[in-house]
Write a protein that binds this ligand. Structure first.
Ligand code: CA
Length: 519
């Protein structure tokens, strides 16, 4: 018996020892392997050139020495371009890049592309210096709405060779699955417009579920390491022709590798770009169904690699740039972004129609049905039950056949202090959908109202299934302010604000859903 125990013990120890050796071996292997989901690290033999590092934390605003501010447009489908008015900074050194979506109506910003009304206008900085192989990093909060492309990229175009030397980190991703969301990021490198590799990466997959959405209102560091040559490869930088499999681009978020590309790696000097723009292409980044939101940048860093050849090139500027007087001259204060488009209803005074609000007719509640039938019975005591039903059905048909404008009015003079507001009567339903609000989002909902009804935030999940609801009840004869803080429940992917009347009328103004991100 003792002998048997001893044999077992020896066997267990031997197994444990060999397991340790195996694991140890694997661990040391892993340190040398650069893989998707692993930690970012430099390729063997490559060193960072700290002496030539560029770093900007925007503490003194936007440096005229370092950056151009874009004032032009690009993109096949037309937009308002990128404009200097959308570039700002805070007194604690955060660059604020504003994007105005389809529901922008305030009219102070004018577009410089096909759109002139301020809709689909973004913001971009373009480096005055040129860069090459090296480590590129940006600490930012992306603009968390669909339709706006938050991006960090390098770019040079050579019309003689049709060379398009470009490396992109773009959000939101999802174009390969058709589900555009901030759960994906796009990592793309090009050497010509057609020769590119685009990787549409699920952030959750590469972080083992630690990070599920990048629309979380938190700082993340996005970066890529651009190698023009790897071990065993040679490239002198003196020719514009080369093997398309040379070099490597390693993309990462918060130090975790999201994608690696070893084809179509650029090899020209480029400019560094940073910004938010509107591709106006639903299949690429979704539709910009919002009014205004922001991308925030804490800092940008470029650290060249030592001994990595590059084709020397001075990339032409691809459009007009802001004049010195158009640079932001004083810091701005930032507040939590109001996710509601045109919550003050003042667009009505300007004659705008594409405001984000929708006007519909809702179904009757059972209480309303009962009350209507009772009224018919009271007015016609001689009616049989089927005659009451017929009369009710006729009335319902009439009411539901009307135009929504019979029950939903947006106009001047009915809002707070005689401003513009919205009034809902009978079976009117005023609503607005707000995308990219995920579970755990901290929300502060508020509005002013008068009359009788409800104003709700409905939480929608996959397939727009309702996963929760916050209902605020209004019953007052004069204007009052209503507010409530809450956290988006599990499964939330977007929300809908719904305004119902439950009495004579409900008038609402200054609707705000302020988003504090996911804590
Ligand atoms: Ca108003």
């Amino acid at each position: 018996m003792k002998k048997f125990v001893l044999i077992c013990l020896v066997a267990v120890l031997t197994c444990a020892l060999s397991l340790c050796l195996l694991v140890g071996c694997k661990d040391s292997d892993k340190e040398a392997v650069l893989e998707v989901g692993g930690d970012v690290q430099l390729l063997d033999g490559v060193e960072l050139d700290y002496d030539s590092m560029f770093f900007d934390d925007f503490t003194d605003g936007v440096s005229k020495d370092n950056w151009y501010i874009g004032k032009h447009s690009w993109g096949a489908n037309g937009n308002g371009g990128v404009v200097p008015q959308n570039v700002n900074y805070t007194d604690d050194g955060v660059l604020v890049l504003t994007g105005n979506g389809e529901y922008y109506t305030s009219g102070n910003v004018r577009g410089v592309g096909q759109r002139k009304d301020g809709t689909l206008t973004g913001a971009a900085l373009i480096s005055k210096f040129v860069t090459g192989a090296g480590r590129y990093e940006v600490k930012m909060k992306i603009l968390p709405r669909l339709g706006a492309c938050s991006a960090f990229w390098t770019y040079a175009y050579d019309s003689e060779t049709m060379g398009n030397h470009e490396i992109d980190i773009e959000l939101p991703g999802g174009k390969t699955t058709g589900i555009i969301s901030f759960q994906n990021v796009l990592n793309t490198n090009y050497i010509t417009e057609r020769e590119n590799q685009s990787q549409d990466v699920s952030v959750s997959e590469v972080t083992d579920g630690k990070l599920n959405t990048l629309a979380d209102g938190q700082w993340h560091t996005y970066g890529f390491d651009w190698y023009t040559v790897e071990n065993g490869e040679t490239f002198s930088g003196e020719t514009t022709e080369r093997d398309t499999s040379l070099g490597r681009v390693v993309y990462y978020i918060d130090g975790k590798v999201t994608a690696i590309s070893d084809v179509f790696v650029p090899y020209y000097q480029v400019r560094l770009w940073l910004g938010v723009w509107f591709p106006n292409n639903a299949g690429f980044v979704g539709t910009a169904n919002f009014e205004t939101d922001c991308m925030y940048v804490d800092w940008v860093r470029y650290t060249p690699f030592k001994n990595q050849a590059i084709v020397e090139y001075a990339p032409a500027l691809s459009g007009e740039m802001a004049s010195d007087s158009e640079y932001p001259s004083a810091p701005v204060a930032t507040t939590l972004v109001n996710k509601v488009a045109n919550g003050d209803f003042e667009f009505a005074a300007k004659g705008a129609t594409n405001s984000g609000w929708e006007y519909n007719i809702r179904v009757f509640t059972s209480e309303e049905t009962n009350a209507m039938k009772q009224k018919i019975r009271d007015e016609h005591p001689d009616y049989s039950p089927s005659q009451v039903n017929d009369a009710y059905n006729e009335l319902r048909k009439q009411m539901q056949g009307a135009a929504p404008s019979a029950y939903c009015t947006v106009s001047d003079g009915i809002g707070l202090q005689y401003s513009c507001g919205v009034r809902v009567t009978q079976i009117g339903l005023v609503s607005q959908i707000i995308d990219s609000i995920f579970e755990g989002s901290q929300l502060d909902f508020s509005f002013a109202a008068m009359g009788k009804g409800t104003v709700s935030v409905v939480f929608l999940g996959n397939g727009d299934d309702m996963v929760g609801e916050e209902v605020l009840t209004v019953d007052c004869s004069d204007w009052a302010t209503f507010s409530k803080d809450f956290v988006a429940p599990k499964g939330t992917r977007r929300v809908e604000i719904e305004i119902f009347c439950t009495g004579e009328a409900l008038t609402v103004d200054d609707v705000a859903l302020r988003w504090g991100g996911i804590q």
